[in-house]
Design a protein around this ligand. Sequence first.
Ligand code: AMP
Ligand code: MG
Length: 298
Amino acid sequence: MGTSCRILAVADPEDEAAAQGAVSAAVAEIRRLEGLLSTWIDGSEMSRLNAAPAGLPLEMSEESLTVLRASFEAYRETGGAFDITCKPLIELWREGAKENELPTTGAIEYTRELSQREHFEIRDSGVVKSQASARVDLGGVAKGYAIDRAIEVLQDAGLSGGLVDIGGDLRVFGKSPEGGSWPVQIRSPFTSEGVLATIAVTDAAVCTSGSYARFSEIEGQRYSHIIDPRTGMPADGLPSVTVVAPTAMRADIWATAISVLGNEGLEKLPEGFSARTVQGSALRMSGVTTPGFPPERN
Ligand code: AMP
Ligand code: MG
């Protein structure tokens, strides 16, 4: 997935060997899912879906179907703000950054037509595209799903606690090494090393999206790697969005979605989710924290 991963297992000293085994199994599970979901891997299921012609049903694993179903459900819930089918637009903006040239309005409109939610239909155990050029990018959801599956591996091993972190998105369960809740740092969007806050998290996932993590520069302007599928333009509202949710897949999805929707999107957050956003600049920073967001710890 082009990023680093951190796994912690909490166990009694006499269970150390079993804990080590659980960590190895969790790593193997993440690698296995990467082989199905990553569009950077040529033979992956998602790459095969992207290369598929129109009208030909493609059999897919239950794991791939789960991520696709959740993503399309989120498309509906967010009014199209979360849209895994905007891959050609993502590539158009990436190309613009490489050439240091803004895409034209015409190119944006044309590219938007190439791939849309409506071009994909999930049938029992497979997916059919109605247009060959339609393609998906799971960059906003796959890490979260992999975190959930790795957490499941750790839980099945009977550990007293654990943490799985992929590229800064994470989920914890049970006891931390100190015995209580887990301290989770939220990075500042404005400095590479700074920490905005450390929150106390119990049995939940914490995912952060934002322009600080990855952005590109075109003609001296910074552009987010998150695209607003409704306009075809990079999202520009919020430098950082952190979502806390029961599962990492849903936290990952919603952090990306709120980055597109802005603070107005916070009303759409599902029951039991909470969020903290940052807006403004390093000198004039503000933001919104919704009820239920974990408390800060010192
Ligand atoms: P995240 O870091 O989880 O916010 O995911 C950002 C990644 O999701 C981007 O690098 C793209 O691969 C993909 N992406 C960009 N815009 C969207 C969008 N509007 N909906 C879904 N995925 C997106
Ligand atoms: Mg995300």
